[in-house]
Design a protein around this ligand. Structure first.
Ligand SMILES: *Cc1c(COP(=O)(O)O)cnc(C)c1O
Length: 427
């Protein structure tokens, strides 16, 4: 008999394009159908057929405390008892804004939105409004949500499906986007030379985590900061993924770089649909109703979302979550390296804190071109091998794995045994 997941997917395919509400969920190219989730708790998820998995996707990042943490559920229940949406200011919005500005000092003022995409889209409009310029520099492999102008060489979802650029984005929009190889500061300097006084901003993931996971070279971020300042362009850090994860103050705290604007999302909503963008007060004050740059949202600052996010962030701080995540991440890395060494496999393993990625290539990975050298067939059989043994890693080579504070050392060691079994078939 067909599994419940398989029946649901057949029904979904009739009524939802591709059967999914976001493309990577479709498991394309992996020789598997997606499974449907019944419930999730801590580091584990259960599908509708009763299969249990240790989960390293964590809803693509938000679930940093693991799934369904009690503090978050309590906050949502308590807040919902007083109404779920008002469209009028509520006190939780102020608490959230104050917390963000305290933890991320480059943010002097902040607006809440409903997704990471909205956050980056609003950053671009604001940067263009503030500078009076049109062009944007982005980097190949950096994903910033499905904003028209940013769907150029955009990482995971697009890569997995072999279509780096989306249909429906007019060439005129994309023409304002300059896409450069990550870690190539000379290319950035050349772009500024060739486009004098017309580049509004550089936007990047300070730690690119949507084309696998790789890192900025020594001084790359600092050089970007200098080039932006020198050329009158804004530096925008997209910390939708890294914000509140790699450190309390995100990648900008880790590297000691002050961007002009920052996009946030994922963790900040405690699993509810939230994003935020903020930065220098003089720039943020260009936003409507203070200034001429329009930006709005019916559900922005929604009380349930604010309550869930605040509860999650405060709990992270209370338990010193970043230290726990580093301990868990270090154990995960130690296991992975020992496995690769024992099996004499040359693959590249990257980790920062609770984020990790295994590339099936022996060559260094420093940008999109090198990430794409990873062998997709090897990835697919590794993914299936782990899934069959109860470990769920992201269903794409071009995604990053996430640990949560709910992953115990025992979970990590059990995962390691599964990884070893799944890699053994290549030996
Ligand atoms: C997930 C992500 C986004 C998009 O956020 P959504 O909430 O999916 O719109 C933007 N930038 C980065 C770096 C992301 O990881």
């Amino acid at each position: 008999m067909a599994s419940l997941s398989s029946q649901l997917f057949a029904n979904a395919l009739k009524r939802i394009p591709g059967g999914v509400n976001s493309p990577v969920r479709a498991f394309r190219g992996l020789g598997r159908e997606p499974f449907f989730i019944d419930r999730a708790e801590g580091a584990r998820i259960w599908d509708v057929d009763g299969n249990e998995y240790i989960d390293y996707v964590g809803s693509w990042g938000p679930a940093i405390l693991g799934h369904a943490p009690k503090v978050v559920l309590d906050a949502i229940r308590e807040t919902a008892g007083r109404g779920v949406s008002f469209g009028i200011p509520n006190p939780l919005e102020v608490e959230m804004a104050e917390l963000i500005c305290r933890w991320v000092p480059s943010i002097e003022k902040v607006r809440m939105v409903n997704s990471g995409t909205e956050a980056t889209m609003s950053c671009l409009r604001l940067a263009r409004g503030f500078t009076g310029r049109g062009k944007i520099i982005k980097f190949e492999g950096c994903y910033h949500g499905h904003v028209d102008a940013l769907l150029v060489q955009a990482g995971s979802g697009a890569l997995t499906h072999g279509r780096p650029d989306s249909a429906g984005v007019p060439a005129d929009f994309a023409a304002l986007t300059i896409s450069l190889p990550f870690n190539d500061i000379e290319a950035v300097r050349a772009a500024f030379r060739e486009n004098p006084k017309s580049i509004a901003a550089i936007i990047l993931e300070p730690i690119p985590a949507n084309a696998g996971l790789y890192f900025p070279r020594e001084n790359f971020l600092k050089a970007l900061r200098e080039e932006c300042t020198k050329n009158g362009a804004l530096l925008i850090f997209d910390e939708v993924m890294t914000g509140f994860r790699v450190a309390r103050g995100g990648a900008q705290e880790m590297f000691g770089i002050q961007p002009d604007l920052t996009a946030l999302g994922k963790i900040i909503g405690g699993g509810l649909p939230v994003g935020a963008f903020g930065g220098r007060a003089d720039i943020m004050d260009q936003l409507s109703p203070e200034g001429p740059v329009y930006q709005a949202g019916t559900l922005s600052g929604n009380p349930l979302a604010m309550a869930a996010g605040l509860a999650q962030l405060r709990e992270l701080e209370r338990i010193d979550g970043w230290k726990l995540l580093e301990t868990a991440g270090a154990r995960f890395e130690e296991n992975a390296r020992a496995t690769l060494h024992d099996l004499k496999q040359p693959w590249v393993f990257h980790r920062v804190g609770s984020m990790f990625c295994l590339f099936f290539t022996p060559d260094p990975v420093i940008d999109l071109a090198s990430a794409k050298r990873s062998d997709p067939a090897r990835f697919a059989s590794f993914f299936r091998g782990c899934l069959d043994r109860g470990v769920y890693f992201a269903p794409s080579q071009f995604e990053t794995g996430f640990l949560s504070t709910s992953h115990t050392l025992d979970d990590i060691d059990r995962t390691s045994a599964v990884v070893r079994e799944s890699l053994r078939m290549f030996s």
